[in-house]
Every structure is written in C-alpha cells, then in structure tokens.
Design a protein around this ligand. Structure first.
Ligand code: CU
Length: 91
C-alpha cells in the first residue's frame, strides 16, 4: 500500500517535469505559418502544449512522457510545414 503510493507520487512528479523544448524557426510570417507548424508538431503525437509564437519566431512544446521527439524528427516536422528549425533548445 505505502510503496504503491510512493510510486504513484514519483510518477506524478516525473510527469510534472516533462522535457520542455523550444525551437527557433525561420520563415514564419503570419498566422497561417503558426497554424501549419502547430499542426505538424501535433501530428508527431509526441508533443503537448504546443505554442508557436510569431513575434519571437519560436515553437515551444513539451514532450509526451516516454516519447522522445528527436532533433531530426523536430526538423522534419517543421520542414514538412514549409519552414526551417534553426536551433533546438531542451530544458
Ligand atoms: Cu504565414
């Protein structure tokens, strides 16, 4: 009983610290660009809380727990939308 409670707490705290990823994207000019990038990141099914910012030219998201989205996959998704992932930051 007590051990399963501790494991539950551990799982909760791990999910609370899902890896955050930020990507500098080049080529975005309008809301359509933002929508296209968001759609392709969603399509990977490995990204949560996706937010693409036109002002800062950054796409930010959290990795779905246990599903690592590699730099190659991120670049491919953004390229598919028609843009380029210039730099990827992981926190
Ligand atoms: Cu656009």
């Amino acid at each position: 009983m007590r051990i399963s409670f501790i494991i539950g707490l551990l799982a909760l705290s791990l999910s609370a610290f899902a890896a955050k990823v930020e990507v500098d994207v080049s080529g975005m000019t309008c809301g359509m660009c933002v929508a296209a990038i968001t759609k392709e990141l969603e399509a990977t099914e490995k990204a949560l809380n996706i937010s693409v910012n036109l002002e800062t030219k950054k796409a930010a998201f959290e990795e779905v727990k246990g599903k690592k989205l590699s730099d190659t996959e991120i670049k491919a998704a953004i390229k598919k939308a028609g843009y380029e992932a210039v730099k990827i930051y992981r926190k």
